[in-house]
Design a protein around this ligand. Structure first.
Ligand SMILES: Nc1ncnc2c1ncn2[C@@H]1O[C@H](COP(=O)(O)OP(=O)(O)O)[C@@H](O)[C@H]1O
Ligand SMILES: [Mg+2]
Length: 395
């Protein structure tokens, strides 16, 4: 072999080694990319059978068919959709994206990428993303609804106040007029009023005016609650305040309602509570709502209502508990009672807005409202608010 030929050979060998090394590096790179990819990846052959899978797929909550078994073999909606998508990818040799595929309470987005020996199936769990998206839409809808509601409430409340005032006067006028009309009937005999004889109308008239007045009062209640709902937290200043003072003032404001509902009202305020931070009047509104629900839950005056305050040092939270031993909340209603307009008091004019407003206010204060009703007897509502850290040493 000539020196020239030998040099060529050495040169070719060197090049080959370089190519092999590059191939190996690419292989290691691709393997790492596949194995540690956060998306769940499964590689299937042209028959849709599992060839390999990455860590994310193997650690996913749902089991993967064993190697050599068909990936989408079931009858579930997901399997049926994906089986047909896989077929299309193989037939057309193009990448396909399939989103919003539901399976086992999860929502997935799939990417199917064909290669020489089959298809790479990339699955992303987009459940949380979808949930967050839905929540945002819901929040925007509620904000828009709030604005609309406050506008409508305002528009309704003015004419309704005119009716309330008018009906109140009308009721007194009717009381004064009836004897005059009675006298007239004695003298001149029965006569026609409106749609029939006076004698028939006479008995109904006071009740008619009364029920109109009660209806207007009901509208007034709804409008007041709706205004509270829309107001929620109208950018009032958040300042430190003493929760016991607020609880006491709510109990004072509700005094006559409480006395009508129960002979057994206990207010138990803990000493030495750290202040909480927020809009005291909003928190007072929450406690009034809870107290009024407790009063309405008691069927008889020998029922009990206990309001207490406490400090959870470990959690740095101030608690206000409102407990009654009234009708209780059925377990199936527990998840709904803070929904706007959810009420079991249709007959007595409940608006179903009290707890919805209260929860929003608690949320706005970084707090929470927790409900419990053991065995559907009585109810305990706990308002939790973060304590301001006045105890901490100054930095
Ligand atoms: N202390 C309680 N005991 C029993 N049920 C309650 C209590 N508090 C609330 N609820 C239930 O939650 C529902 C919603 O309460 P709320 O939002 O204040 O509206 P409303 O009082 O106008 O019905 C009530 O209709 C009632 O069914
Ligand atoms: Mg209520």
């Amino acid at each position: 072999m000539s020196t020239e030929n030998r040099d060529d050979l050495i040169q070719a060998k060197r090049q080959l080694n370089n190519v092999l090394r590059e191939c190996h590096e690419k292989e290691v790179f691709n393997f790492a990319l596949f194995q540690h990819n956060p998306s769940a990846i499964t590689v299937v052959d042209k028959d849709g059978k599992v060839v390999k899978s990455n860590l994310a797929r193997r650690h996913a909550h749902d089991p993967l068919p064993e190697l050599g078994h068909t990936l989408f073999s079931g009858e579930s909606e997901c399997d049926v959709i994906m089986k047909s998508e896989l077929k299309k990818v193989l037939a057309q040799n193009t990448v396909r994206e399939v989103s919003d595929v539901r399976a086992g309470g999860h929502i997935y987005a799939f990417t199917l990428a064909p290669f020489a020996h089959g298809v790479i199936v990339i699955r992303q769990d987009i459940t949380e993303h979808k949930r967050a998206e839905a929540q945002l839409v819901q929040a925007q809808k509620l904000a828009a609804l709030g604005t609309l509601v406050s506008g409508v409430a305002h528009e309704v409340s003015n004419p309704n106040n005119v009716m309330l005032l008018g009906l109140k006067t009308l009721r007194r006028v009717v009381d004064d007029l009836l004897p005059v009309l009675d006298a007239h009937r004695e003298q001149a005999g029965d006569f026609e009023v409106g749609i029939g004889p006076y004698s028939e109308f006479r008995e109904e008239l006071p009740e008619m005016v009364d029920s109109c007045y009660r209806a207007a009062e009901r509208i007034n209640r709804l409008v007041t609650d709706l205004k509270g709902y829309a107001r929620k937290d109208e950018g009032e200043a958040h300042v430190p305040f003493d929760i016991n003072t607020v609880v006491q003032s709510a109990a004072d404001l509700m005094g006559s309602t409480i006395r009508k509902a129960t002979h057994n009202f206990i207010l138990d305020c803990a000493d030495d509570l750290p202040p909480v931070h927020g809009a005291a009047r909003r928190i007072e509104q929450v406690i009034i709502n809870l107290l009024s629900n407790a009063c309405q839950a008691l069927p008889r005056q020998d029922g009990h209502i206990t309001v207490s305050t406490a400090y959870n040092r470990a959690a740095k939270e101030v608690h206000v508990r409102v407990q009654d031993d009234g009708v209780g909340i059925p377990p199936e209603a527990l998840s709904q009672i803070t929904d706007p307009f959810f009420t079991t008091k249709h007959d007595t004019g409940g608006t179903g807005l009290g707890l919805s407003i209260s929860r929003q206010i608690a949320d706005n204060h970084g707090g929470a409202l927790v409900f419990s009703s053991a065995g559907g007897r009585g109810a305990l509502v706990t308002l939790t608010l973060p304590a301001t850290s006045h105890e901490e040493p100054h930095a």
